[in-house]
Design a protein around this ligand. Structure first.
Ligand SMILES: *Cc1c(COP(=O)(O)O)cnc(C)c1O
Length: 393
């Protein structure tokens, strides 16, 4: 590594332990500053769904740079109009608000739920039920609903009125509902927490609870949305629809953009002056969103995910059977997968060894190795991953 890591970190606030500097991507491979090639099973954490060589995406972004980068949300812009329609169609919901990140989409979703409750009762305490082991982001609001102690504790007091239930345990959710509850928020598939999909009974039960109490069901699909589970949005597998969904990560495939999307009933409670953003949904970001949706459609990305996910699943089960002394379970769904390790083996060490051997994977909570590759990976890439995993283990 030619890069001097100490020097490189000199002017960064040290919140990441970085060891590599990627300078280029091609297909589903990354190259570092020394020209070393890596197979990418991380995709910038579930962002680069289309890999690194999609010319249509790149050219769409370049064309927009030549037209106009930014106006303001005081005015309409053409790519945003088109993108809002694509998102409404894809989610089955009515109204979109664009943000710059996932965390901001969560902030907006929480504000919307509280605004709806306030309209009904200005004295509502606006309580929110969130899940243990969840991850919703790093801002004060999104951290307030993130169910991981060590992320939260140093930054308390966070926003009030948040209670934590256990994921996939409907009774634990029921026990927390009061007249002041305004929302239940959860990931459709927990990502950072360890690649855990919602059980069908649980997600349907939460839907029913929200209907009965006239409160917002918020599904965070920032990581599991955009085709990663083989459905455009993961909740579509269960035949349930949230009141509010958050989307980001692969939404712009590398251009920073997110959104919260709501049905009309909830969305109409926000009125001019209630919420806003300078950059959110600017022409550059939403031009990327338009291209992403168009390419997903044209290249049948969902069909491809479903096909390759089956192969990937078999391959991971094979890895587990060959290393059953170390691996305790295959987690996740679609192209959002994990390998859980027994206590004596640290997933973080496996991640590091894979990186040395030219494969990029990451960790998730609960000693899990997480794989969220570009959705365009092929069987040969799965084979390449498996070969390295076998060597490393
Ligand atoms: C990444 C992530 C977020 C936060 O998104 P940022 O763009 O990093 O703010 C929120 N929820 C889930 C499920 C995520 O995976």
């Amino acid at each position: 590594m030619s890069l001097d890591l100490v020097k490189a970190d000199e002017h960064f606030i040290h919140v990441y332990n970085r060891a590599v500097c990627f300078v280029k991507g091609e297909d589903v491979y990354l190259y570092d500053d020394e020209g070393k090639k890596y197979l990418d099973f991380t995709a910038g954490i579930a962002v680069n769904a289309l890999g690194y060589s999609n010319d249509e995406l790149k050219n769409g972004i370049k064309d927009q740079v030549d037209k106009i980068l930014h106006t303001s949300n005081l005015y309409f812009n053409e790519p945003a109009i088109k993108a809002s329609k694509y998102i409404a169609d894809a989610t089955g919901l009515d109204k979109v608000f664009f943000t710059n990140s996932g965390a901001e989409a969560i902030e907006g979703a929480l504000k919307l739920a509280r605004r709806y409750a306030y309209d009904k009762n200005p004295n509502s305490k606006g309580e929110i039920i969130a899940m243990n082991n969840s991850f919703h982001g790093r801002t004060m609001g999104s951290l307030s609903v993130t169910g991981t102690e060590h992320y939260r504790t140093p930054f308390e007091p966070l926003i009030g009125g948040v209670k934590f239930a256990n994921y996939n345990d409907l009774d634990s959710v029921k026990a927390l509902i009061t007249d002041d509850t305004c929302a239940i928020i959860m990931e459709t598939v927990q990502g950072e927490g360890g690649l855990t999909p919602a059980n069908e009974d649980f997600i349907k039960g939460v839907r029913k609870l929200c209907d009965e109490n006239d409160i917002a069901m918020i599904l965070d699909e920032i990581q599991c949305g955009m085709g990663r589970t083989g459905y455009m949005y993961a909740y579509q597998k269960y035949g349930v629809k949230p009141d509010i969904v958050t989307t980001a990560k692969a939404l712009g495939c590398g251009v920073p953009v997110g959104a919260f999307v709501a049905n009309a009933k909830f969305a109409l409670s926000l009125v001019p002056g209630d919420h806003g953003t300078t950059y959110g949904g600017n022409p550059l970001a939403t031009a990327a969103v338009c291209k992403v949706y168009e390419i997903f459609e044209k290249e049948n990305i969902l069909d491809h995910v479903n096909e390759i996910a089956e192969y990937f699943d078999e391959a991971l089960k094979g890895v587990m059977s060959r290393h059953s002394d170390k691996i305790t379970g295959v987690r996740g769904t679609g192209l959002m997968r994990g390998l859980a390790f027994s206590e004596e083996y640290k997933a973080a060490d496996v991640v590091k060894a894979c990186l040395d051997k030219g494969v990029v994977v990451i960790i998730a909570g609960g000693n899990v190795l997480r794989m969220v590759p570009p959705l365009v990976i092929k069987k040969e890439h799965v084979d390449e991953l498996v070969k390295v995993l076998d060597e490393v283990l």
